[in-house]
Design a protein around this ligand. Structure first.
Ligand code: SAH
Length: 292
């Protein structure tokens, strides 16, 4: 069942007061309550309660009543939390996965490779991305299409996890690929996987949160940027991502639930990047967008 976050947006000070009211209401029970900063400049915070979808109506009413005296007009917003148990997900079903011309398989399935497959060997491990998740498979499918249809002379895989998408690009085209991840373990795993897939040069791996590294300036701007993260960080990143994209360059975004896609499309439109196509896999969407 889906996890839901109900939240109220407020200034830091007000969010603190709301947090106290919510703690009074839910303190004895097993709900996670939190405040998070969303925009430092505008002093915007969110005070949230996390719950399961089937309790939503009851909890919404309880939040409204807890806030009714002090903040009667605060709208209560909601967000469906995607399943972010990446590693557990990546261990699901270890059968080979086909997407576009790619076959992603574990070392125990080398005999499943057919003559025309572009095979990528990834064993389930400490980083996300064995190809089994709908978002990874969706990205592979779109990567295959984009590399066939458009001139791409370099690429960035942001949030590389196991390195699977960066490896997929490099297997089809001998172009420089930058692969980054916020998690140093993922970067280590991606490096090992690249080597295991016979990639000895042309792929640079860096640990970096978002676009915070000199590597982006040194390697960019990019003809192709792939980011399979989550809707929210992707929306936040839109202007910076646009900055590192060549005119006419392609963007492949995933980690987006179907219901979130319009918001993401709008955020990118605002950054001058227009939506071309969307594919669906298991409730997740992967989108292809283009600069200009
Ligand atoms: N590209 C792989 C892995 C996707 S999982 C695939 O498609 O299968 C998402 C990855 O993004 C995780 O490895 C996570 O550590 C990384 N990540 C999340 N937020 C990030 C950020 N702000 N900057 C860079 N990497 C991030």
């Amino acid at each position: 069942m889906a996890e839901i976050r109900l939240y109220v947006t407020a200034t830091e000070e007000t969010a603190g007061i709301i947090l106290d009211l919510l703690s009074d209401e839910f303190g004895e029970e097993d709900y996670a309550i939190a405040t998070t900063e969303v925009d430092e400049k505008r002093d915007l915070w969110e005070a949230s309660v996390y719950l399961m979808a089937d309790e939503e109506d009851v909890i919404r009413e309880r939040i409204a009543s807890a806030l009714s005296k002090a903040f009667p007009d605060s709208p209560i917003e909601r967000e469906v939390i995607p399943d972010v148990d990446w590693i557990a997900k990546s261990l699901e079903g270890l059968k080979p996965v086909r997407a576009g011309r790619y076959l992603v398989h574990g070392s125990h399935d080398r005999d499943k490779i057919r003559p025309n497959d572009i095979a990528i060997e990834i064993d389930a491990g400490q980083a996300f991305g064995t190809g089994h998740h709908g978002t990874t498979a969706g990205c592979l499918e779109v990567i295959d299409k984009v590399l066939r249809a458009r001139p791409v002379n370099n690429a960035l895989d942001l949030g590389t996890g196991s390195g699977v998408l960066a490896i997929a690009v490099r297997k089809v085209k001998k172009i420089p690929v930058l692969a980054t991840d916020i998690d140093p373990i993922a970067v280590r795993v991606a490096r090992e996987n690249a080597r295991r897939n016979g990639i000895v040069s042309g792929m640079r791996m860096e640990t970096a949160p978002g676009f915070h590294s000199v590597a982006f300036r040194e390697e960019g701007p990019f003809d192709l940027i792939i980011a399979n993260i989550l809707a929210r960080p992707l929306m936040k990143m839109a202007p910076e991502l646009a900055h590192h994209l060549t005119p006419g360059g392609s963007v492949i975004l995933s980690g987006i639930l179907a219901a979130q896609r319009w918001k993401v499309i709008a955020a990118y439109k605002g950054a001058g990047i227009r939506h071309l196509s969307t594919i669906w896999r298991n409730g997740w969407v992967t989108m292809h967008l283009i600069n200009g």
